[in-house]
Design a protein around this ligand. Structure first.
Ligand SMILES: [Zn+2]
Ligand SMILES: [Zn+2]
Length: 239
């Protein structure tokens, strides 16, 4: 992770990208906006839940599983592939995020670099809007509480994604390396920033469940070992 080993190409990209970030950009304001929108949505939706039946809680693990596959799918098939109509996402991820961060230098220097880590706040708004139709369908068929619980779960997982991705790119990992789950995803994601495997491996950003299930992980081991792997390279397969 030494800066000294950063290639000239990465160094040049960083200099160029930083010069283009608007002077008025404030990284902490960016984070605060995402957190405020997300937490307000969770607070509002949670207040609508009243005495849910036990089976309505089942929407939480189902939403977790679908979100985990969605996170894997969009990363593999949209963020790393030029899809017509969604080119902005490809450019932002493959042609910017992956040039700014490599497995050799995967960390940001200042809060202005948050611009390349967090999604723009409107992405969260779009995600909430996309979550409304399935919640409305649940409501229409008599499972109103399940609908609100679905919205709470989806928004919480979105914030979870942003937080974990941030933890993957922080410079000082003296704390992160000790936190179970977070340390696993940090190693998992930094390995994904290796240009050699970025198109084929390690697409999850929260918990590497879909990567394990679809065999797109750089680890060769079971699900529990994946999720609690930490920084270990014992199960890393050859490229
Ligand atoms: Zn990243
Ligand atoms: Zn990627």
């Amino acid at each position: 992770m030494a800066t000294a080993r950063m290639t000239q190409r990465q160094q040049l990209f960083r200099t160029d990208f930083r010069a283009k970030v608007a002077k008025a950009y404030n990284g902490w304001l960016h984070v605060t906006l995402i957190a405020a929108i997300g937490l307000a949505a969770i607070w509002y939706c949670a207040r609508q839940v009243t005495h849910p039946a036990w089976y309505e809680w089942l929407v939480v693990p189902v939403a977790f599983a679908i979100s985990n596959v969605f996170e894997w799918w969009i990363h593999k098939y949209v963020m790393h592939r030029p899809v017509r109509g969604l080119m902005g996402i490809y450019r932002r991820h493959t042609l910017a995020h992956h040039q700014f961060f490599t497995d050799v230098e995967p960390t940001f220097d200042t809060a202005r670099d948050f611009r390349i880590v967090f999604f723009p706040p409107y992405a969260l708004v779009a995600f909430i809007v996309l979550s409304i139709p399935p919640a409305a369908i649940l409501n229409a068929v008599g499972f109103g509480n399940a609908g609100w619980l679905l919205l709470v779960t989806n928004v919480a997982l979105y914030l979870n994604y942003e937080l974990f991705h941030f933890c993957c790119h922080v410079k000082d990992d003296s704390l992160v390396r000790r936190i179970p789950l977070v340390n696993s995803i940090r190693r998992h994601h930094i390995a994904h920033h290796d240009p050699v495997i970025m198109m084929t491996r390690n697409f999850n950003l929260t918990y590497p469940v879909a990567d394990w299930f679809f065999d797109t992980s750089d680890l060769k081991c079971g699900l529990v070992s994946h999720v609690f792997n930490g920084y270990s390279d014992r199960h890393v397969r050859l490229k």
